[in-house]
Ligand binder design. Structure first.
Ligand code: MSP
Length: 527
């Protein structure tokens, strides 16, 4: 079973991933690794959304059958991007997998048996980019007339007229309002909560749960002319992947009972309504518990607008990781953009932070520390002498920072958590500058002070490695090895955040080695 279940949205496979997609997966991964480091068993699910008009049309435009299209993109792009950003997900679901398709059908049979599905005509606007039946208030006027535009994609909506099966969404207005009044933490941040509440208070109308003019999807078990509307297929991945609908008594069924509801479901703000309104209503209709928290993050913007393939503004994650590495990618997006708000990516900003905070800040501290232990103590970590107020102040700061960082991650304030760790790194850097170990080294009478300073800096790096490991697992594993912690304290992933501030864990005598530079200085890429 999992103590903590985290999900990302499943991504449309109409095209290759861009950094907007990698952003959500990175946030989920940092959260996952943080909770693992707390000692919790975490289940982290991500995956791809393969059905619907958008994917079908992309395949047609590419001149191949939809299955071939998605198979190729998933193999060549979507699975590899998880490696590109070092995602430690436990499962990857594809909506074309039999486990998903069968369970989606089972789910809708249950909801129909419960009386929440009926047949009717739909007539109205549809945005293929969003795969969404739009409400009148959702659209913006096109300049110069013509069909109104979807504000997310800036493209005209299509008018649909279909006989569909409807989901009785309106039956859940009151139950949802009541639920969220009792659990304001269930939709975050507060701006997202307010948006959902005002949408709910406006009253819900029933919505099509099937499509008759789309072929690429999961067939309705009771009407072979129709497929499940892509969102009402995709949202179910969060439960089909963990064993909803598995044979009663099976291990999978037990895993589902122990793991659902999700603790955190990460979504972009554009898909909040699906996750905080339609999704819990579907679950209520099937008699299942609703997620504990849906957190809506902001958009990565280009020129003030959402980065997207439709707008041809997508940047591939490897364009950034090839230059800066995966750790810097993860660090930058969690550090530079307040999670929950929009932010712009700029190469210059990333370069500047990489140099100042990673190469000069942390990287330099680590290489100075290991070099000094080598030079002055033959690579053996000395035993410290009695601490002075300086060392005690650093120990106290560490305890405070570790607590504050944990509280910040609890609120999904990744930038805040990183800022706390940086406060500690800055203080350690200042300590080295002020204590001047290179001066102490010249005076044999100061040998014990030098031992204390060297020990203090390495012990501080031990704590930094653990605190930053969820954000930068590669560099921190390397630093962990360099300070000799791997050999003496065991794997970094097994260190507990609750214990990180306990001072004096690195045993004196540990071999400290100067390994690879953690954050090498980078040349500007050629134009
Ligand atoms: N397939 C649906 C989700 C189904 S979940 C049951 C979908 N896919 S998507 O590929 O369009 O978007 C998936 C996620 O990527 C969303 O959370 C979306 O907000 C995020 N992003 C896509 N572009 C983004 C940015 N430019 N910036 C930040 N996140 C972005 O919607």
């Amino acid at each position: 079973m999992a103590d903590f279940y985290v999900t990302t949205p499943i991504y449309y496979v109409n095209d290759a991933p861009h950094i907007g997609h990698a952003y959500t997966t990175t946030a989920g991964d940092v959260l996952t690794r943080w909770h693992r480091q707390r000692g919790e068993s975490v289940w982290y699910l991500t995956g791809v959304d393969e059905h619907g008009t958008k994917v079908q049309r992309a395949a047609e435009a590419g001149g191949v059958a939809p299955q071939e299209w998605v198979d190729r993109l998933v193999t060549e792009s979507w699975r590899p991007v998880l490696g590109t950003i070092d995602a430690a997900n436990d499962d990857f679901i594809r909506t074309t997998e039999p486990r998903h398709q069968e369970r989606v059908q089972r789910f809708w049979e249950v909801v129909r048996d419960n009386g929440y599905v009926y047949e009717a005509d739909y007539e109205g606007p549809y945005c293929v980019g969003c795969e969404e039946f739009k409400l009148p208030g959702d659209l913006v006027e096109a300049e110069g007339g013509g069909p109104p535009l979807c504000p997310v994609h800036g493209r005209p909506v299509e008018m649909l007229r279909e006989k569909n099966w409807f989901f009785r969404l309106s039956a859940f207005t009151d139950a949802l309002i009541e639920h969220y009044e009792r659990h304001p933490e269930a939709v975050q941040p507060a701006s997202a909560y307010n948006e959902v509440m005002s949408f709910l208070r406006g009253g819900l109308v029933d919505i099509s749960m099937s499509r008759s003019s789309v072929a690429w999807g999961i067939g309705l078990p009771w009407d072979e002319q129709q497929v499940v509307y892509v969102w009402f297929d995709a949202l179910l991945n969060y439960i089909t992947a963990i064993g909803y609908g598995a044979d009663p008594g099976s291990e999978e069924a037990r895993f589902f009972a122990d793991t659902w509801p999700a603790d955190v479901q990460l979504v972009g703000k554009d898909i909040l309504r699906f996750h905080a309104v339609y999704w819990p209503a579907m679950l209520m209709a099937a008699g299942l518990p609703v997620p504990r928290c849906v957190f809506a993050h902001g958009w990565l913007l280009v020129g003030g607008e959402k980065m997207s393939k439709t707008r041809l503004t997508g940047i591939a994650p490897e364009q950034i990781t090839d230059h800066f590495g995966s750790d810097a990618f993860r660090y930058y997006f969690m550090r530079a953009i307040q999670f929950g708000q929009d932010g712009s990516f700029s190469w210059e900003d990333m370069s500047a932070r990489y140099t100042a905070e990673l190469a000069n800040g942390l990287g330099n501290l680590a290489s100075r520390a290991t070099a000094m232990v080598q030079r002055y103590r033959d690579g053996r970590l000395p035993a410290p002498g009695s601490p002075t107020d300086d060392e005690r102040a650093l120990q106290d700061l560490l305890a405070e920072v570790a607590r504050a960082a944990d509280d910040a991650v609890e609120r999904l304030d990744f930038a805040g958590a990183i800022a706390h760790v940086r406060r500690f790194i800055d203080a350690v850097n200042l300590y080295v500058t002020e204590r001047e170990p290179w001066v102490l080294a010249k005076d044999p009478g100061e040998a014990q002070r030098l031992d204390t300073v060297l020990y203090t800096v390495c012990e501080a790096l031990r704590a930094v490695a653990v605190l930053y490991n969820p954000v930068m697992p590669r560099a921190m594993t390397s630093m962990w090895g360099q300070i000799g912690a791997e050999a003496t304290l065991g794997p970094i992933g097994e260190q507990r955040l609750g214990d990180v501030a306990r001072w004096g864990q690195l045993p004196p005598g540990t071999t400290v080695s100067k390994g690879a530079i953690l954050f090498p200085r980078l040349e500007e890429p050629a134009e």
